[in-house]
Design a protein around this ligand. Structure first.
Ligand code: GRF
Length: 199
């Protein structure tokens, strides 16, 4: 099976996926990294791993439709089975959703539906919650609103800082994401709503 990873930043989740592949835990080929930030560290990770990249700047295109058409063509050409968003800081538009809805997943650093959108970790700390976590979900047109595939909680300790909570969350993400990708591609995991409609 083939996946494409979309990232905008450091790409530590992308790195964890590459490692899981290397050690045989995840049987998949990363055929493409899509990145909208030419200086992102994720691009370097791709180059080191020999993963082809499509790097673009949104401002070089006249519309989201225009660059998403280009991305769609690449995904189709490379026979992508699953699109994996890993810190990709753009909403997916109708152009990509029309062809790939149900095949795009995202990882978010909170227990959705709590704290969607930017700075979920800061939001959780500001709300003084005792527990937060990580959600893997399908992507729809909304901001972090698609059907939930998997969640894992983390304890928020007394005196927790943004850095310490981020570290805990990343540790969970780096294990959870490769394993969920593997299960999805093997057909071993369905969303809660799919399970209900089958039983
Ligand atoms: C992760 O915490 C993920 O949940 C969120 O963005 C962050 C990306 O981190 N969507 P990285 O670039 O994979 O290190």
């Amino acid at each position: 099976k083939n996946i494409a990873v979309f990232a905008s930043g450091s790409g530590s989740n992308f790195g964890a996926i590459l490692e899981a592949i290397q050690c045989g835990e995840l049987e998949v080929k990363v055929q493409l990294l899509v990145c909208d930030q030419p200086s992102a560290y994720a691009i370097q990770r791709a180059e080191e791993a020999g993963v082809p990249t499509f790097v673009f700047r949104a401002k070089d295109y006249s519309s989201k439709e225009e660059y998403e058409q280009k991305i769609c063509a690449l995904l189709t050409e490379k026979n992508i089975d699953l699109v994996v968003l890993a810190g990709y800081m753009r909403l997916i538009g109708p152009t990509l959703l029309t062809d790939f809805e149900g095949k795009i997943i995202n990882i978010h650093p909170s227990m959705l539906p709590a704290f969607p959108g930017k700075d979920a970790i800061g939001q959780a700390l500001a709300a003084n919650v005792k527990e937060s976590g990580v959600t893997v979900h399908y992507v729809d047109a909304g901001m972090d609103t698609g059907p939930i595939i998997a969640q894992q909680s983390v304890i928020v300790d007394e005196g927790e800082t943004k850095e310490s909570l981020q570290k805990k969350i990343h540790e969970v993400e780096h294990k959870l994401y490769p394993s969920v990708i593997s299960q999805l591609l093997k057909g071993e995991r369905r969303t809660e709503s799919e399970k209900t409609s089958i039983n």
